[in-house]
Design a protein around this ligand. Structure first.
Ligand code: ZN
Ligand code: ZN
Length: 141
């Protein structure tokens, strides 16, 4: 990295205005992560294990000094149908929402999305009974 590049990458807000073009190795799963081929959006999580690092307060600003691992704990769907990942920091518990990338691991994404359905907080076999209790219309009688 020459001096000009070095100065640029530490400039405040640099990653907000520039797509990240660095190749990095994921500290968690060891996968070598290439810059995103399409879209040009800033990649902030590993496409293989979906783990992120707590370095931003708002996406791309590099203002957070926590540096903890952020686990992908949930997915949600935006109004336009686009999926986003909810990351939660292991160190400080902060949550953040991040756009998924085209090459994010689809199996991992699906398993996160299905987790609450696979582990419901009540016995699945009682859903019918509970629905009957509610008169079948979702209202408790
Ligand atoms: Zn990884
Ligand atoms: Zn944190």
């Amino acid at each position: 990295m020459n001096r000009e590049n070095k100065r640029k990458s530490f400039e405040k807000g640099y990653y907000k205005r520039h797509a990240c073009r660095e190749i990095f190795t994921c500290k968690l799963c060891g996968r070598e992560v290439m810059p995103q081929a399409v879209g040009g959006a800033h990649r902030n999580h590993c496409p293989n294990c979906l783990t992120s690092l707590h370095v931003d307060l708002t996406p791309g600003d590099r203002e957070a000094d926590c540096g903890g691992y952020m686990d992908a704990v949930a997915v949600w769907v935006r109004k336009n149908g686009e999926w986003a990942i909810i990351h939660r920091c292991r160190m400080c518990g902060a949550f953040s929402s991040n756009r998924i990338a085209a090459d994010d691991n689809p199996v991992k994404l699906m398993s996160i999305a299905l987790k609450p359905l696979a582990m419901p907080p009540f016995p699945v076999e009682r859903i019918e009974e509970m629905t009957r209790l509610m008169g079948g219309d979702g209202v408790l009688q």
